[in-house]
Write a protein that binds this ligand. Structure first.
Ligand code: BES
Ligand code: MN
Ligand code: ZN
Length: 498
């Protein structure tokens, strides 16, 4: 979709569909009141007929409205006036976009409600309109030979703003929204691809493509041989059971000052998780192609950083492997030595994410990070604890945890912190090695984080468990989360997030 802003009066704009918000109780609101008297009267008369009351989700499509140049007018319900937020506007617009995408209209113009007063409100609303629109228009049909696409898709959206200064804020928000949405779409595409196409090597090649697109992004992918030299015994033990070679993808985006410490993002890139010898039940096992969603979100976030040329240094690390049963695969009871030197007793080969992440987290040390955030579809227990709405957050630093929580709230990509302490850590005690890779009954998300915590003592670290939020089982589709959360955190660090 192509976006732009205009300060033209709404009634004079030439467009195939003018989108106007109205409030619950058939309250016209400032958008309608600001129109020419003729146009306003025509729309108020239409509202009076009672086909819509202004409730969220409602729309009313009108043709040839007196005093309005647009071919169509779509009224969208915004709910109660005092409850208007970026979110409610965005979901109302999302509805309108879904309808218009199936209609003959190819372009539309949205009047930004004048009820949004502060620059921060306008920024968030505009950004969220873009995120909701792009989210709704996303479809994954790469592997279908017949694409079922709308005959006349919506391709343009103009935002009508009151003043120039509002237009400036909206333009910045449009750019941010578009970069975040493309990052999400990239993450979703990579995630939705099946495991036989999206292999560790494929992920590496996609990351490399970004490296050649941006001059200040350097991408490399360590081979198994290189990882062996580094002593990454935990990561390599997982990939031993697979015919696809593992990769450690390293993406360095240098947008900040030289020498300024980077934020390091580490994403689990398990391209298919059958569980290994501790094999998973077969029902819905196809969804374990999504076990690389953390890695995909890192690649998507790095793309967004580079598209916006954010003034910050960001390193993305994606340990990527398959986890399959095989004669060479890990066996319960096997003991491996991690790059950090800690020995690990593998009591369940299905707890493989932490095995590939721990070596990647040790590798992260060399970048002298300002902070490290890892993102992983790590535990089914997280889905039990938080369902599909909220990402699990665990950290060894309160400020970093708070920063991520606030970022999630600000961009509607929420996460919630769970505790970590020695009581949980003790659950990982092993009879034979420095630690076990599972923590027994109870608190599976926390013990998984405690495992990672043993490898992150040298820097500020947070862990996002996206097992419940990275994809939707209901419609088998990746969500692109938590790209928005990570971008909001980085934009806020750059003081650009409003
Ligand atoms: N990738 C899975 C976690 C997962 C399961 C994510 C279901 C989303 C939905 C991970 O590798 C795994 O298998 N974890 C085990 C850990 C257990 C063996 C301690 C789990 O959660 O069952
Ligand atoms: Mn597993
Ligand atoms: Zn897994």
């Amino acid at each position: 979709m192509h976006y732009s802003t205009k300060t033209t009066a709404a009634e004079n704009l030439v467009t195939q569909c003018l989108i106007l918000g109205v409030f619950e109780g058939r309250k016209p609101g400032e958008t309608l009141n600001a129109l020419d008297t003729g146009a306003a009267a025509a729309l108020k008369a239409a509202l009076k007929k009672g086909d819509m009351t202004g409730k969220p989700g409602q729309t009313l499509l009108l043709y040839a409205v007196d005093g309005i140049r647009a071919e169509r007018v779509m009224l969208i319900g915004l709910g109660k006036k005092r409850d208007l937020t970026a979110r409610t506007l965005a979901s109302a617009v999302e509805n309108a976009v879904a309808q218009l995408n199936e209609s003959a209209a190819r372009d539309c113009a949205l009047v930004l409600p004048p009820e949004l007063e502060t620059a921060a409100d306008i920024y968030a609303a505009t950004r969220d309109v873009v995120l909701a629109t792009e989210g709704r228009l996303y479809r994954f049909d790469q592997c279908k030979s017949r694409k079922d696409r709308p005959a006349r898709p919506l391709t343009r959206m103009t935002l009508i703003t009151g003043s120039r200064s509002i237009a400036n804020t909206a333009r910045k928000a449009l750019a941010h929204g578009q970069a975040i949405a493309s990052g999400m779409n990239l993450a979703r595409d990579l995630a939705n691809l099946p495991g036989n196409i999206c292999t560790p090597s494929y992920l590496a090649s996609q990351a490399r493509k970004l490296g050649s697109r941006f001059s200040n992004m350097k991408v490399s992918a360590l081979t198994e041989k290189q990882m062996e030299r580094l002593g990454m015994g935990a990561l390599l033990s997982v990939s031993r059971g697979s015919r696809e070679p593992a990769r450690l993808i390293v993406m360095e985006y240098n947008g900040g000052r030289k020498g300024s410490k980077p934020v390091v993002l580490v994403g689990k890139g398990l391209t298919f998780d059958a569980g290994g010898i501790s094999i998973k039940p077969s029902a819905n096992m196809d969804e374990m192609k999504y076990d690389m969603c953390g890695g995909a979100s890192v690649i998507g976030t790095l793309q967004a950083c580079a598209e916006l040329q954010l003034p910050v240094n960001v390193v993305g690390i994606v340990p990527s492997s398959e986890n399959l049963p095989d004669g060479a695969a890990n066996k319960p009871g096997d003991i491996v030595t991690s790059m950090a030197g800690l020995t690990i007793e593998i009591l369940n080969t299905d707890a493989e994410g932490r095995l590939i992440l721990c070596d990647a987290l040790t590798y992260a040390e060399r970048f002298k990070p300002a902070a490290v955030v890892d993102i992983a579809t790590l535990t089914g227990a997280c889905v039990v604890a938080l369902g599909h709405h909220t990402t699990g957050l665990l950290a060894n630093d309160d400020k970093l945890a708070d920063e991520l929580f606030q970022a999630g709230e600000a961009i509607n990509d929420p996460c919630w912190r769970l505790p970590m302490n020695d009581d949980y850590r003790k659950q990982l005690d092993s009879n034979f090695a420095d630690l076990a890779n599972i923590g027994g009954k109870g608190a599976g998300t926390i013990t998984a984080a405690c495992f990672l915590g043993a490898f992150t003592e040298k820097y500020k670290w947070a862990h996002l468990d996206i097992a419940g939020t990275a994809w939707k089982s209901s419609d088998k589709n990746a969500t692109g989360r938590p790209v928005p959360l990570l971008m909001q955190m980085l934009l806020a660090r750059c003081k650009l997030a409003e």
